[in-house]
Design a protein around this ligand. Structure first.
Ligand code: PEP
Ligand code: MG
Length: 877
């Protein structure tokens, strides 16, 4: 059977999201539910992938099916495409599987040309409206399909208004707009060198092609990388009969959520505009009215809409984000989808829906995006400092959080300043999808125009970024890089602070404090804890980090990087002395200085962890991070070690490595200098004995982890030193302390010989940072310099250091787990690379049968939730 590329809305349903995209599947579902949806059809995501497979060409079968369905649309509507007597006009909108707000483009009023518009004017009895629809179409089509920017048309409008001495669009007459259409077409011809396409069929195919094309535009690619959306999915295209919200005062259009997407409050939330077309609401050009007031303006329509919203929420068992249009007093639903929401709203909605009996706890846990929790875990303003500060103005509280940073006026410069280590507030008249990279690096976003559903608001909320939108009091001078507000002039680089919860703007840097969590957060994550198989540990090197991790629910430490304990100025000197020692005697002397420091650090960490397991990784200092580079440090070290500066320099030169990441690190140090492992074992075991004596109620079992093992004999060698040292100390102490010796698995050779390695280990922990580096042969330090080329060429779609490469590195992980457990069936296996805090990687580790993941303290709650979701989706036998 040949592939079907086009589905009428009446032929689809919500389960066909992969094929019809989110928007198409939901339009179909609403149609089937008997809701007032203007008729239409969806060109499938398969047609999009075919378009790319065919070298960016629409296949003739697809075109044929599109027109066959246009015929059906004509039959259903009784109107005819391109017929001036009773024209069928359509919208063309993209819709991929996952919603990508602002990423794709929309064309409205398609099917108009010089002849059809005349007929349309007569039919509606409203030439002004007909010509306004036409000029909007020219503008959108030119922008989206033909690359003639929308704002170049805005300039024509501004000039016309100026010449006529008017300020409001609504003061333009039908003749004015007719004249505008001529000017638009002339502008188009001037830019493109050919006439504006007048054949509706060409307009339609060109538009569908443009939507397919836009799947591959840079901002879509950027958004996909940020949200783990595969390129291979493609987008669907929805072609739908137009309904008009701009035919008069009994018309309107709006966007609303079934619950408040900022706070989660169970109350219809949104905005609408009377006598307007959809783009007016989203673009933020006019200020919309709150949805509540529609109850007075059009009580019947409001009632019907509120009931529909409620029905859809119950049907989808999720908060809905809906678009609607009112044409001559009749309501039409143009879209429904699960609404984007802040993390706080997500938690409240999930918990309340369980309370309302709408969903069960498992569904509630599945409903919250683990990554979104980030926003709750981040700083808020210090209350005292906030109270002492005076706002210079306020906008809409579009996305919560507190942000402080330097004012920057363009996305490119935001990226630049951020790259220099500055915190920035991206300040724009209004944002557009081109700004996505700037928004991503900004601490906060401030816009002059736009409502709560404007691009800035929707995107910032999705990113969990603080955003104050629509501060119309701001007078912005983008050219001279400054703005004025409340009598103050703020220049580029000046500090401001934004309060995303109140919308207030401050012309000063207000200090922030760490976030506090509780309530719904504890409830939902508590449910999640009962559903997961993976334990969640943390990577922490200090008692403070350990404490934080405990607050966030960590069940142990999976990685304590001991070399990190020596970064502080007074400690790094002793560490350097140890590294630069040329005799065992010198090295032992330096190690003796490090011993008490390490021992007391370990005691602090054990205490902070309240008797929970602690894995201590032995020294793994990439040498280049520790060697002194400036004269003063070298001089000081020479004095401390009592040897000539020249000698120190000689040693530094001799230690120079071409590939430090593959150099004299990890267990290799101990193979060369066993006294290092001796000292660390002493510190780990003595600290544990001291803490065990203080806390007889705990059972201390320190876990000693040897890094960078590639060969079983390497581990056997280091383990011997550890065991010998530890057993002597324990025997002398009279405390019956148990301990474990395990290894990191971070070299491919260790993965493929994991059965041999396991023979000497009591546990494995995957160091997926190094494992990724060694598997790809990418230096962790340098890959960032060239990975962008790989994203552009679609060779890689994501950063393998952030999200596990499940195909390659993942295969090594699976192999090692299998081999390790073939040697020792109950073998404990975890992961402590960065991937341990990444939800999609956590799903993989769950499926691979790991016992725990370990991640930085702030990612512990994310990991708890992600692990529960993985367990619910892929139950272990
Ligand atoms: C790893 O390699 O994944 C790891 C956790 O160790 P480090 O990042 O310290 O090399
Ligand atoms: Mg490592």
């Amino acid at each position: 059977m040949s592939t079907k590329y086009v589905y009428l809305f009446s032929e689809g349903n919500a389960s066909m999201k992969n094929l019809l995209g989110g928007k198409g599947a939901n339009l179909a579902e609403m149609t089937v539910m008997g809701m007032p949806v203007p008729e239409g059809f969806t060109v499938t995501t398969e047609a999009c992938t075919r378009y790319y497979d065919d070298g960016k060409n629409i296949a003739p079968e697809v075109t044929e099916e599109v027109f066959a369905n246009m015929k059906k649309l004509e039959e259903i509507s009784g109107k005819k495409f391109g017929d001036p007597k009773n024209p069928l006009l359509v919208s063309v909108r993209s819709g991929s599987r996952a919603s990508m707000p602002g990423m794709m483009d929309t064309i409205l009023n398609l099917g108009l040309n010089d002849v059809v518009v005349e007929g349309f004017a007569q039919l509606t009895g409203n030439p002004r409206f007909a010509y306004d629809s036409y000029r909007r179409f020219i503008q959108m089509f030119s922008d989206v399909v033909m690359d003639v920017p929308k704002h170049s048309f805005e300039r024509i409008i501004d000039k016309m208004k100026e010449a006529k001495g008017i300020t409001l669009d609504s003061d333009l007459t039908a003749d004015d707009i007719k004249e505008m259409v001529d000017k638009f077409k002339a502008h188009f011809k001037e830019q493109k060198g050919f006439d504006f396409p007048s054949e509706p069929k060409d307009q339609l195919i060109e538009s569908i092609t443009a939507v397919f094309r836009s799947w591959d535009n840079p901002r879509a690619n950027s958004y996909r990388r940020m949200h783990d959306i595969p390129y291979s999915w493609g987008t669907a295209v929805n072609v739908q009969a137009m309904v008009f919200g701009n035919m008069g005062n009994d018309c309107g259009t709006g966007v609303a959520f079934s619950r408040n997407p900022s706070t989660g409050e169970n109350k219809l939330y949104g905005e609408y505009l009377i006598n307007a077309q959809g783009e007016d609401v989203v673009a933020g050009i006019r200020t919309p009215e709150p949805i509540d007031t529609l109850a007075q303006v059009m009580p019947e329509v409001y009632k019907q809409f509120a009931e529909t919203a409620q029905k859809l929420e119950v049907h989808y068992k999720n908060m809905q984000d809906m678009e609607f249009t009112i044409e001559r007093g009749k309501l039409y639903m143009l879209q429904t989808r699960n609404g984007k929401r802040t993390a706080a709203a997500a938690l409240k909605i999930a918990c309340e829906m369980v309370g309302e009996g709408l969903i069960n706890k498992e569904e509630a846990v599945m409903m919250v995006d683990p990554k979104s929790l980030d926003a709750l875990l981040h700083p808020q303003f210090e209350v005292k400092a906030l109270n002492a500060a005076n706002p210079i103005g306020a906008g809409l509280p579009a996305s919560p959080g507190a942000a402080c940073g330097r004012v920057i006026f363009t996305a490119e410069e935001a990226v630049e300043w951020h790259g220099r280590g500055e915190t920035v507030i991206l300040t724009r008249l209004e944002t557009s999808p081109e700004d996505i990279d700037g928004m991503n690096v900004a601490n906060g976003i401030l816009t002059v125009r736009g409502g709560m559903t404007s691009h800035a608001a929707v995107v910032a909320r999705g990113m969990g970024r603080c955003c104050v939108a629509g501060c119309g009091e701001i007078s912005i001078d983008e050219k001279n890089k400054c703005f004025t507000l409340g009598g103050r002039t703020i220049k580029e680089g000046d500090y401001i602070s934004l309060d995303g919860a109140t919308g207030k703007i401050y012309a000063e840097a207000i200090p922030t404090v760490e976030a506090s969590i509780g309530g719904d957060f504890d409830t939902l994550i508590g449910w999640a804890d009962g559903m997961r198989d993976l334990a969640i540990r943390t990577n922490a090197d200090t008692p403070r980090d350990s404490q934080k991790a405990i607050e966030f629910g960590a069940e142990g430490i999976g990685l304590c990087r001991t070399e990190h304990m020596f970064f502080e100025a007074d400690r790094i000197r002793d560490m350097r002395e140890m590294i630069l020692s040329t005799t065992e005697e010198q090295r032992r002397a330096a190690l003796n200085k490090l011993l008490p420091v390490q021992r007391s650090d370990f005691e602090g960490i054990y205490e902070a962890m309240n008797g929970l397991p602690v894995t201590i990784r032995y020294l793994d200092p990439p040498l280049h991070e520790f060697l002194p580079t400036n004269e003063e440090d070298i001089q000081n070290l020479a004095t401390q070690m009592n040897i000539p500066v020249a000698r120190i320099k000689e040693v530094i030169t001799s230690l120079h490595e071409f590939n430090p990441m593959m150099g004299f690190r990890g267990c290799r140090l101990t193979v060369a200098y066993p006294e290092i492992a001796e000292m660390q074992t002493r510190a780990v075991i003595e600290a544990a004995i001291n803490v065990q004596k203080r806390h007889p109620e705990w059972k201390m079992v320190p876990e000693i982890m040897i890094p960078l093992i590639g060969e079983a004999k390497e581990l056997a060698f280091v383990k011997d030193i550890v065991v010998k040292t530890a057993d002597e100390i324990i025997a002398a102490s009279g405390v019956a302390l148990e301990y474990q010796v395990g290894t990191m698995i971070e070299i491919p050779r260790a993965c493929v010989t994991a059965d041999e390695v396991a023979a000497h280990a009591q546990f494995f922990s995957f160091g997926t940072n190094d494992l990724t580096q060694m598997t790809f042969g990418f230096s962790r330090d340098d890959a960032g310099n060239f990975l962008n080329h790989y994203y552009e060429k679609k060779i890689y779609e994501f950063d393998p250091f952030a999200r596990l490469d499940q195909i390659g590195v993942g295969k090594l992980v699976e192999t090692a787990v299998k081999l390790g457990r073939s040697a020792k069936p109950e073998f404990k296996v975890g992961v402590c690379g960065e991937h341990g805090g990444d939800p999609s990687s956590i799903e993989f580790f769950h499926k691979a049968g790991l016992d725990y993941v370990s991640c930085s303290p702030f990612r512990v709650p994310i990991a708890r939730l992600a692990a529960a979701q993985a367990a619910l989706e892929f139950p272990r036998k």
